[in-house]
Design a protein around this ligand. Structure first.
Ligand code: ADP
Ligand code: MG
Length: 703
């Protein structure tokens, strides 16, 4: 028997069960073995039942208990409605306690009186001071085929319609049979010796045996946390396969080379950095260096810059474009919204306008900083930099010598859309900027063929934002705190979870149209309103009046979430805060405290929640405790899972069977490092098994 044989060849699997298993994706024996136990029960130390004649001095404590006992007075009891329970008295020779099973009526037939069973379950008192009772214990006949008495027992989930107890039996039988027919190496080891010894990981057969039938020495705590050496072997192996594929893709891309050339003499760099009116932070300088090296290299760049809101990514984007222009190449800066594209255009025109020609391309505007024709200018090379939204740049624009494409605030879109540029026959260097840092672990997997730079330093002079989370309608207190900041010359956002009506109305969520006027009156300064249903022109006017200071309060929906840069904004109130995700809250908060003028005082963000669920409460407390976008992102992923973070079932998001991006992050990092190096040794004769493994294109599965 081989682990890759069809499941129907396994002991105890007939055609019917075979079909059921196959329907749940379990077609081969390895698929069955890839179904790991949900948890483990420690039954190594047998206990005794508590009794009146107990002579031990230790008091009996409630908690899990494993005992060998015989059952008496076995009966099924019918309760009210459809509930039924099975009751018995368990006797271990010295003492006895009552046992009860809920909703398992079949036990009344299955169990026998007078024979020994291994019982494992919580021992509790009935009522405050009542008799002891074992409730819902697992029960196993001693000496039967599938019992070895105590030990660490795996507990499985169902596979499709196949119940857990059946799964346990099948897995146990399969491993025993494989070992009996093929010896201890019953499944081919494909992880190279070097990696295995470097990380001190068990062999594959050993790891699978250990997760399904842990040895007596195993740490149940580690097993339950899925941090045992066996679990680590499976997770690391899975990550390594994925990272090898990504590394191979990265290498292919690199080898393809690029058609354009940048100046590599540092002149462009000098020119660029001398333009900015401030000193770059250490992190900015480092990352700009990484970008410049990529540009000067022979391979096309594919780099992701992660940096928290306000860490100065857009500035880097502009400088990179300038380096391109100084090398005689065109560049494109793509933003997620028109609002942001216009904002970038305005600031870049100011920053770079004298040295180069910048054009704006949106659905409503097409302008160039030199006043000339836009489309022709791009096509004949007069325009150096095009700023706009993705769609427009990708679909409409014809470049003559595009060298660099920058995608700003990429997280709004999920996975990088570089395909459309490639389809147009363009192979520019690609720079992707993202805030809401995608957790590092996700970046390495989803964007694993990108190089990642991290901007982990804020420009100097920023004041830390104080964040306060309150529940209920503490409006006055919030109003007072915001007013104090307005009086110092600051500006404030009040963010609403909805505009009006709609599904939120029933849930009692505050809306812009209902509660907005109340806030405007209370704050008593000139205010404006922005939301997604306004005409663009109206919205833009309001935004620029807010930026200019003729209105001091902006009542808004989350349209302001991304990129909006008003340095005087020092206060934000977020209403219905329980409705927002962590990443979104963090983005919103990133709109304030961007300036450095000490006269404005310390920035404050007040999140007001209605009735938060336990989950929302956890989220809000992480939000209040940390302003570190990376920590928030990791926490967000822990709470919501990677799929949710990138938008559900994002194309390209790998599904891992064993590894967990949050829990096993260090294994992922190790796998990434090892993969790059292993790629060079992949052709070695000793790595046949690994190559075969890579060739089997069943993502994430171990066989
Ligand atoms: P991000 O795009 O990462 O959110 P920006 O590039 O928009 O950040 O920068 C945020 C603000 O900080 C802008 O007003 C920008 O001019 C300013 N800024 C960026 N880098 C520096 C720096 N090194 N020193 C001072 N101010 C900076
Ligand atoms: Mg930005």
């Amino acid at each position: 028997m081989d682990a890759r044989d069809p499941i129907t060849t396994a002991r105890g699997v007939g055609p019917v069960l075979g079909r059921r298993l196959a329907a749940a994706g379990c077609r081969r024996i390895v698929d069955l073995l890839a179904h790991l136990p949900l948890r483990y029960e420690d039954r190594r130390s047998l206990g005794r039942l508590p009794g009146a004649d107990d002579d031990s001095t230790e008091p009996v404590k409630p908690g899990p208990l494993t005992v060998v006992a015989r059952l008496e007075n076995l009966k099924r009891v019918f309760g009210r409605r459809r509930f039924s329970r099975v009751e018995a008295v368990a006797h271990d020779g010295a003492a006895s306690v009552g046992v009860v099973w809920f909703n398992r009526p079949y036990l009344a037939q299955q169990l026998e009186e007078g024979v020994p069973y291994l019982l494992h379950g919580p021992l509790r008192r009935r009522g405050a001071d009542g008799p002891w009772q074992l409730s819902n214990p697992s029960v196993e006949r001693i000496g039967g085929a599938e019992s070895d008495g105590g030990g660490v027992r795996p507990v499985y989930g169902r596979i499709g319609e196949v119940p857990p107890s059946r799964v346990a039996r099948l897995v146990g039988d399969a491993i025993r049979t494989l070992r009996d027919t093929s010896g201890p190496e019953w499944i081919e080891e494909w992880l190279p010796h070097e990696e295995r010894t470097k990380h001190q990981l068990p062999r594959l057969a050993e790891a699978l045996t250990e997760v399904h039938s842990p040895s007596r020495e195993a740490s149940v705590e580690e097993l339950n946390a899925r941090r045992s050496p066996a679990h680590a072997r499976l997770a690391y192996g899975e990550f390594l396969l994925q990272q090898l594929q990504l590394a191979a893709a990265r290498r292919r891309r690199r080898r393809s080379g690029k058609p354009h050339r940048y100046r590599a003499d540092g002149v462009a760099w000098e020119a660029a950095t001398s333009l900015v009116p401030f000193r770059l932070t250490g992190a900015q300088e480092r990352v700009l260096g990484e970008i410049a090296d990529d540009l000067a290299g022979e391979e096309p760049m594919l780099r992701l810059v992660q940096g928290d809101v306000g860490s100065g990514k857009t500035v880097l984007a502009a400088l990179s474009c300038l380096i391109a222009a100084r090398s005689g190449l065109q560049s494109a800066l793509m933003a997620p919204t028109e609002l942001l594209a216009e904002q970038h255009f305005a600031s870049l025109e100011g920053l770079l306008g004298s040295g180069m020609t910048v054009a704006l391309v949106t659905s409503s505007q097409c302008v160039a900083s030199d006043g000339g024709a836009v489309e022709e200018g791009i096509a004949d090379g007069r325009v150096d930099l095009v700023v706009g939204t993705h769609a427009l740049i990708e679909e409409r624009t014809r470049f003559t010598r595009l060298g660099l494409a920058v995608i700003d605030e990429q997280h709004r879109f999920g996975v990088v859309q570089r395909q459309s540029l490639v389809r147009k026959g363009l192979r520019p260097d690609l720079l992707v900027m993202t805030a809401t840092p995608i957790p590092r672990s996700l970046a390495l997997t989803v964007y694993g063929d990108l190089d990642v730079s991290i901007l982990d330093e804020m420009p100097p002079g920023r004041r830390p934002i104080e964040t306060r989370v309150t529940t209920g309608g503490r409006m006055e207190e919030a109003v007072n705190d915001v007013r104090r900041r307005l009086e110092r010359g600051g500006r404030a956002y009040v963010v609403f979870p909805r505009i009006d009506g709609g599904e939120g109305a029933a849930a009692g969520l505050p809306s812009l149209t209902e509660s907005g006027p109340k806030w405007a009156r209370a704050l008593a300064v000139p205010h404006g309103v922005v939301h997604g249903r306004l005409r663009r022109q109206e919205r833009d006017e309001t935004m620029s009046r807010f930026a200019g200071g003729s209105i001091q309060v902006l009542l808004a929906t989350t349209v302001i979430e991304v990129g909006v840069d008003v340095p005087e904004a020092t206060a934000m109130v977020i209403l219905g805060a329980e409705r927002f995700g962590l990443a979104q809250l963090h983005q919103l908060r990133g709109r304030i405290g961007r300036g450095t003028d000490p006269r404005l005082g310390d920035p404050l963000c007040i999140a007001i929640a209605g009735e938060p669920s336990a989950e929302a409460e956890r989220r809000l407390s992480v939000f209040a405790d940390s302003t570190d976008g990376f920590r928030i992102a990791e926490e967000d992923m822990r709470q919501r899972g990677p799929g949710e973070i990138l938008g559900t079932r994002q194309a390209g998001l790998p599904q891992f069977r064993f590894g967990d991006l949050a829990r096993d992050w260090n294994w992922l990092v190790a796998a990434r490092r090892d993969a790059t190096e292993l790629l060079d040794r992949l052709a070695d004769p000793g790595n046949d098994a690994l190559r075969r493994q890579l060739g089997r294109r069943i993502p994430g599965l171990l066989p």
